[in-house]
Ligand binder design. Sequence first.
Ligand SMILES: C[S@@+](CC[C@H](N)C(=O)[O-])C[C@H]1O[C@@H](n2cnc3c(N)ncnc32)[C@H](O)[C@@H]1O
Length: 189
Amino acid sequence: VRSFVVIGQRATASPGFLLDDLPGTSGRIDLLLRCVRSALLVSHGVRRDTRVYLVLLGGPDAPKSIRVDGSIAEFLRPDERSMATRVQKALSAELAEGWTALRHGWAVARGGVEVVLADLGGARRFVLDEGGRDVRSISVPAEVAFFVGDHTGIADLTVGADAVSIGPRSVHADDAIAIVHNELDRRAT
Ligand SMILES: C[S@@+](CC[C@H](N)C(=O)[O-])C[C@H]1O[C@@H](n2cnc3c(N)ncnc32)[C@H](O)[C@@H]1O
């Protein structure tokens, strides 16, 4: 399983944002939704071997984390509006201890990086970082998790991970995810 963990330093953990103004009202959840798309969706399909986590660290209800599991995801559409509605539902859910499973492969938990780390189990962890080692020079096991920052970067997350770079330019988080997938897809053939 390939996992991508997207850290939203300001992304709101409350459902009260406006679908008509996501960038202005959600702490840039729009960036995170684009990451869900690039992590899970290919042309006419879902990457069944991939999971994406959104860590929402903004607003009074933070921290919360959302997981979308490609192995069971259904009705996942590429447009931000429909994904934003899913996120709103997840953030409105009554939360139990640990992960609360929602419909169609979505789940939500109270807590930030620590709940995601517990869920990742023994997966090898990498942080995507412009200053890290070239992804082309490292071996990547099948059970792997990549941590990705938002527009504010990844801050000081001590997740016991090695830093890897996907190239010399700092790109948008969703593009970084697409490039990692492409690198690994090329190896898998
Ligand atoms: C828009 S970038 C963050 C920009 C910059 N670090 C900052 O704070 O302004 C979003 C995330 O994409 C990933 N990323 C972007 N370019 C990358 C690269 N060349 N190599 C590895 N990761 C990259 C990193 O995880 C980064 O935190």
